[in-house]
Design a protein around this ligand. Structure first.
Ligand code: SF4
Length: 328
């Protein structure tokens, strides 16, 4: 096991951020109905490079854990396995997320040896529903790839956690209970459920382009009515119990407003593949909102900027910043 850095290793004032989501790519090979990747402008398409990851890590020495996750399909970045390994060598816990389509095309042994958690998006255990929600996906290929990942983990006795991430929508809400037993059968370790969310608010509406408006409507049309009738609490408890019976770890991210219990400010940041800092993984498009760019200014300088200070002051004063309205 590697020697990981911990938050306690940093006793200094302002030892922050200790967590970052760093975007490996904005390219994607699917068009999932609950995602707003399609709304990204064409000039915002690109990969994180290993040299830039190194710059980000060297410039943010308090980081203890990093999620190589952003608006695109992480495994389309050809350097993803090497970047995971690099983070491990730096004593940083790393996680990444994939739609599973390309697991057979990369050096999976290297990736699973470097990463602490591999999260695989998996919204249904029935082929036609799965492929309707995740447009362009090949259910059979993904299941085969998952089996391969489980085999590699077992053969190498690796400590990596293999998780399913299930986005809860109107269309799969009645079938969610079938996923944990299927996950157990495949050899997965954990289920992560999360409500379908709007990744971009109607923030300064002029800056939201027509594509985003269409995507906002599409996401609204698939969102399950979780805020009604305590449905969300019942659903969470039911899924937790099913996961427990199937020996799976469980997490649930619901639809209640995040602002009051948000953990990001003062702890974590989102960094785009080209260095822009945004508040969190719910607000990933820097053309809508960003605090500055880490390839131009260090985080200490960005923190002193007016925009960042007013964002943090809002949280301190229990006022919801505009960019956090409609979250999730
Ligand atoms: S949008 Fe604001 S409230 Fe929501 S997760 Fe991000 S920082 Fe927190």
């Amino acid at each position: 096991m590697p020697e990981y850095k911990t938050q306690n290793s940093n006793q200094e004032e302002g030892a922050y951020p200790y967590h970052a989501h760093i975007e490996p790519t904005t390219l994607c090979n699917l068009k999932c109905r609950s995602c707003n990747n399609e709304g990204l402008a064409s000039q915002r398409r690109g990969h994180l490079t290993p040299a830039n990851l190194r710059k980000l890590i060297e410039g943010n020495r308090f980081l203890t854990d990093v999620s190589l996750i952003g608006l695109g399909e992480s495994l389309l970045n050809p350097e993803i396995a090497g970047m995971a390994l690099y983070l491990k060598e730096e004593g940083i816990r790393a996680r990444t997320c994939t739609n599973g389509m390309n697991l057979h095309k990369i050096d999976l042994e290297k990736l699973l040896g470097g990463i602490d958690e591999l999260v695989i998006s998996f919204d249904a255990n029935e082929k036609s529903l799965f492929q309707r929600l995740r447009r362009g996906a090949d259910f059979e290929k993904i299941v085969k790839n998952i089996k391969m990942a489980v085999e590699i983990k077992r053969a190498g006795n690796l400590s990596v956690t293999l998780s399913f991430q299930t986005v809860i929508s109107k269309e799969n809400i009645d079938t969610l209970a079938y996923i944990p037993p299927f996950a157990r059968e495949l050899g997965m370790d954990k289920m992560r459920f999360s409500a379908a969310v709007q990744y971009n608010p109607d923030y300064k509406s002029a800056s939201i382009n027509e594509d985003y408006r269409k995507i906002r409507k599409r996401i609204q049309s698939v969102q399950a009515p979780l805020r009604d009738d305590k449905l969300e609490i019942r659903l969470r408890d039911q899924l937790k119990s099913i996961c427990g019976k199937n020996g799976l770890e469980f997490s649930f991210s619901g639809s209640s407003p995040r602002f009051r219990e948000c953990w990001w400010p003062g702890k974590g940041i989102f960094i785009t593949y080209d260095g822009f800092v945004t508040p969190c993984c719910m607000r990933m498009d820097p053309t809508v909102f960003n605090f500055g760019n880490l390839f131009e200014n260090p985080f200490d300088e960005i923190k002193r900027g007016e925009l960042f200070k007013s964002f943090m002051d809002s949280f301190k004063n229990n006022l919801c910043p505009d960019i956090c309205k409609e979250c999730p």
